[in-house]
Design a protein around this ligand. Structure first.
Ligand SMILES: [Zn+2]
Length: 175
């Protein structure tokens, strides 16, 4: 088990665009998947992207069920995910392990069609909706260096980012 440090805003590594994974079965990718899962369950969170561990590769994990249903683990691994289409609009209150303590309503597509590779490298295509579609859009934004707070109205975003930078400086000064 390897729980790794999750980067927090405004760490510049969170803004990197992650590179495609050439071989999902490679040992270092398998290790990354294990670390992502361990770190996500430890946090605890419902999703984690490699970017959040400072690894610029297009890999993310989610488990949108385990916190609601005790003892159930339903880990999903997403490698080289690509959203082929987006439809409709929905709004959920989102939070992020890289933006601790912030929960804000964000608008996203209500339904997505996704193509991705699993941990063995097999290619899948499927549709997702509601909370699962939202969680996936959130994670895959990380792979493009985007955070959910980037989707807030400009004035709110500016104030929030200023506050977060100040908090982080204070945390680091106290550490
Ligand atoms: Zn996040």
């Amino acid at each position: 088990m390897a729980v790794r440090e999750i980067l927090t805003y405004p760490d510049p590594r969170l803004r990197e665009r992650a590179e495609p994974v050439a071989d999902p079965a490679a040992p270092e990718v398998q290790q990354l998947i294990q670390d992502l899962a361990d770190t996500m369950y430890d946090a605890p969170g419902v999703g984690l992207a490699a970017t959040q561990l400072g690894v610029p590769l297009r890999v993310a994990v989610t488990d949108t069920r385990w916190r609601d249903e005790e003892g159930v683990r339903d880990l999903h691994v997403w490698i080289n995910p690509e959203i082929l289409s987006r439809e409709g609009e929905t709004e959920f209150e989102e939070g992020c392990l890289s933006v601790p303590g912030v929960f804000e309503h964000v608008k996203r597509a209500a339904r997505i069609t996704l193509r991705w590779q699993d941990a063995e490298g097999a290619v899948h295509t499927a549709d997702f909706e509601d909370f699962q579609a939202v969680a996936l859009q959130h994670e895959f934004d990380h792979l493009d260096g985007r955070l959910f707070i980037d989707l807030l109205p400009p004035v709110k975003q500016k104030l929030l980012k200023k506050r977060l930078r100040k908090q982080k400086r204070r945390r680091e000064a106290g550490a």
